[in-house]
Write a protein that binds this ligand. Structure first.
Ligand SMILES: O=C(O)c1ccccc1NCC(=O)[C@H](O)[C@H](O)COP(=O)(O)O
Length: 270
């Protein structure tokens, strides 16, 4: 099973981090960093300018599609996303399966001033410290690979060091576990089954209907047309996470406008 392979790789990486990272030193360094940019707040602000908030993803390759963008320049792409009004940017840092890199996130941090999601498979607390140290504003917690104790502890740690948390679910039991833990305010519904790679936007419709008031709901994956946006918005998505569709267009800024329309000036700050 593919997800199990990814988790096994992450366990090896976590063991290496355990050997190289001094937690006290990491905490001291983090205490001296500037505050994170508000990831969830940026998505809510984005909803006032477009039908839904936008997390635009910098994604070179994926397990399901292989190499997506051979001519891959993460900082240029991120600057184009920012110029086109992306509210937040997701940067894949997994090396083995997505051809990502922590250096991509560091570079993007230097290049843009929008909140950044470190998109990776978090299974150890040291990865959360690492995310903050390389410049992320938010991390991803995937319910399919974490039990309730981990969801609770990792969420608490991330918030303690200033990070927002996008908690990802794909089915009803995962959503119920996340709601029982009771910490998530920002919940992503992944339309992709991470075991089979099958995609289905109706997963967004089914799961958002079960979410309580007050949750910022994000529809993730397989969004590629204005019809898809209309569908997930009607289902209650307040934001979307889009990677491959943008990565396949030569001009990613124009692709944002094509998918979501122009930014509407509200006159209000934010
Ligand atoms: O994208 C994959 O093939 C994939 C496979 C296994 C686990 C995770 C995977 N993707 C991570 C993501 O959640 C997506 O990169 C993100 O939602 C954007 O999706 P898309 O717009 O379809 O590129």
């Amino acid at each position: 099973m593919f997800l199990e392979r990814i988790v096994a790789t992450k366990k090896e990486e976590a063991a290496a981090l355990k050997a190289s990272m001094n937690l006290n030193a990491a905490e001291r360094e983090i205490a001296g960093l500037p505050a994170c940019l508000g990831f969830e707040a940026a998505l809510q602000a984005g909803r006032r300018r477009r039908p839904v908030g936008l997390i635009a993803e910098v994604k070179k390759a994926s397990p399901s599609k292989g190499l997506i963008r051979p001519d891959f320049h993460p900082v240029q792409l991120a600057k184009a996303y920012e110029a086109a009004g992306a509210d937040c940017i997701s940067v894949l840092t997994d090396v083995q399966y997505f051809q990502g890199s922590n250096d991509y996130l560091r570079g993007v941090r230097e290049g843009v001033n929008v909140p950044l999601l470190r998109k990776d498979f978090t299974i150890d607390e040291r990865q959360i410290y690492e995310a903050r140290l390389i410049g992320a504003d938010a991390i991803l917690l995937i319910a399919a690979i974490l039990d309730k104790r981990q969801l609770d502890a990792y969420h608490r740690l991330a918030r303690d060091i200033g990070l927002d948390v996008l908690v990802e679910v794909h089915n009803r039991p995962e959503l119920e576990a996340v709601l029982e833990v009771g910490r998530a305010t920002l919940i992503g519904v992944n339309n992709r089954n991470l075991h089979t790679f099958e995609t289905d936007l109706s997963v967004t419709e089914q799961l958002i209907a079960l979410m309580p008031e007050g949750v910022t709901a994000v529809s993730e994956s397989a969004i590629a047309s204005t019809e898809d946006i209309a569908f997930v918005e009607k289902a209650g998505a307040q934001a979307v996470l889009v990677g491959e569709h943008f990565m396949r267009q030569p001009d990613v800024g124009a692709a944002i406008e094509g998918l979501l329309g122009p930014v509407v000036k509200t006159g209000a700050a934010g």
